[in-house]
Design a protein around this ligand. Structure first.
Ligand SMILES: [Zn+2]
Length: 79
């Protein structure tokens, strides 16, 4: 009776996907009423300019900034 379990582990590598662009966005979190957001952009400077303009127009100064990118996972050797 009884079972034997063999666990095998494999190395892997995560690389930036050369075909994938970085995406950046910012959303105002200065108060619970404001729902303004920059939308996803590929240029971080465009998102920063949006936030600066929103702050000048409203006085809101708290934002949530999100970055995302695409990656490729490649399997390596079994250990
Ligand atoms: Zn705002």
């Amino acid at each position: 009776m009884g079972t034997t379990t063999t666990m095998r582990f494999r190395n892997y590598e995560i690389k930036p996907d050369p075909t994938g662009q970085v995406r950046v966005s910012m959303a105002c979190v200065s108060d619970e009423v404001c729902t303004e957001a920059s939308g996803q952009q590929s240029e971080p400077e465009a998102v920063s300019r949006w936030a600066a303009r929103h702050m000048l127009e409203t006085g809101h100064s708290q934002f949530r900034r999100r970055y995302s990118d695409r990656v490729q996972v490649e399997a390596g050797e079994w250990q």
